[in-house]
Design a protein around this ligand. Structure first.
Ligand SMILES: NC(=O)c1ccc[n+]([C@@H]2O[C@H](COP(=O)([O-])OP(=O)(O)OC[C@H]3O[C@@H](n4cnc5c(N)ncnc54)[C@H](O)[C@@H]3O)[C@@H](O)[C@H]2O)c1
Length: 254
């Protein structure tokens, strides 16, 4: 009997990076997975892979910066999955920019995708999450704890995720819904190697480089975040809510 058998979990941003690793990990533990993403090609690849392995997996395309689109996809998910056991609010973007060049569109998109969308998705999926009851995992960042230059919008959005997590944990506890966040350190994901000319070389370089800001002197891998997400979704975390788990190789002490 696998830990997540007969569970259905929604993963936003499941088409790449941490979200794809999470979708694979949840599936390997027995869960059915519904991916919400705007990248149809990459999502189709992940869903195809999961289905080939025998997992019930599907993909709904949505631009999470668009509130009307969130309402529409919410209705689709509620109809497809009237009972949900988990939601991973993982989709996110980072657009490092000096403050003088930080325009409205840049600020608004980072806040909309990283902070507003997780709140709106929870609101839309609440009936299904209550029926589960579901466990919610929001992806914050070490940037919320150790903000850096050029990342005002990103770090503010990820700090907001911590407040959102605590507030929702308090509000939804009477429904049996646990709400936690994870603060990953620097993880070698498509966010950092996907857009360059030679993604594979960049990925290999990232994974081999030393990272002395961490006690472990290396970057993390998406599957190392996925493992902790699966734990928080599962009943093994039944007495954890309102928490933030730091998955950062000891960055706070490095
Ligand atoms: N990689 C890191 O170092 C790191 C560190 C801390 C936190 N995080 C957080 O982890 C999460 C996942 O990041 P990742 O590294 O896997 O990045 P990634 O770029 O590999 O994946 C992000 C996913 O979100 C999706 N997405 C982006 N904008 C969207 C939109 N408007 N609508 C729908 N989907 C959208 C993308 O298509 C992609 O599948 C993010 O919230 C990120 O902020 C990442």
């Amino acid at each position: 009997m696998k830990r997540l058998n007969d569970r259905t979990v929604v993963v936003t941003g499941g088409a790449s990076g941490i979200g794809a690793a999470t979708s694979r990990r949840l599936a390997s533990e027995g869960a059915a997975v519904i991916i919400l993403d705007h990248d149809a090609d990459r999502a189709a690849t992940v869903v195809g892979e999961l289905q080939s392995g025998g997992t019930t997996a599907s993909f709904l395309q949505v631009d999470l910066s668009n509130r009307d689109a969130i309402r529409e996809v919410g209705a689709q998910v509620r109809s497809q999955a009237p009972v949900l056991h988990g939601l991973v609010n993982n989709a996110g973007i980072i657009r490092a920019t000096p403050l003088e060049q930080l325009d409205d569109a840049n600020w608004d998109s980072q806040i909309a995708i990283n902070l507003t969308a997780p709140a709106w998705i929870v609101r839309e999926l609440l009936p299904s999450l209550q029926a589960g009851p579901g466990s919610i995992v929001n992806i914050s960042s070490e940037g919320a704890f150790r903000p850096r230059p050029l990342n005002a919008a990103y770090d503010a959005s990820k700090g907001g995720v911590l407040g959102l997590t605590g507030s929702l944990a308090a509000e939804l506890a009477p429904h049996g819904i646990r709400v936690n966040s994870i603060a990953p350190g620097w993880i070698a994901s498509e966010m950092h190697f996907g857009t360059g000319p030679d993604a594979d070389a960049r990925k290999a370089a990232l994974l081999s480089q030393e990272y002395p800001l961490t006690l472990m002197n290396r970057l993390g891998r998406p599957d190392e975040i996925a493992a902790v997400i699966a734990f928080l979704i599962s009943d093994d975390a039944s007495y954890i809510t309102g928490s933030c788990l730091h998955v950062d190789g000891g960055q706070g002490l490095g």
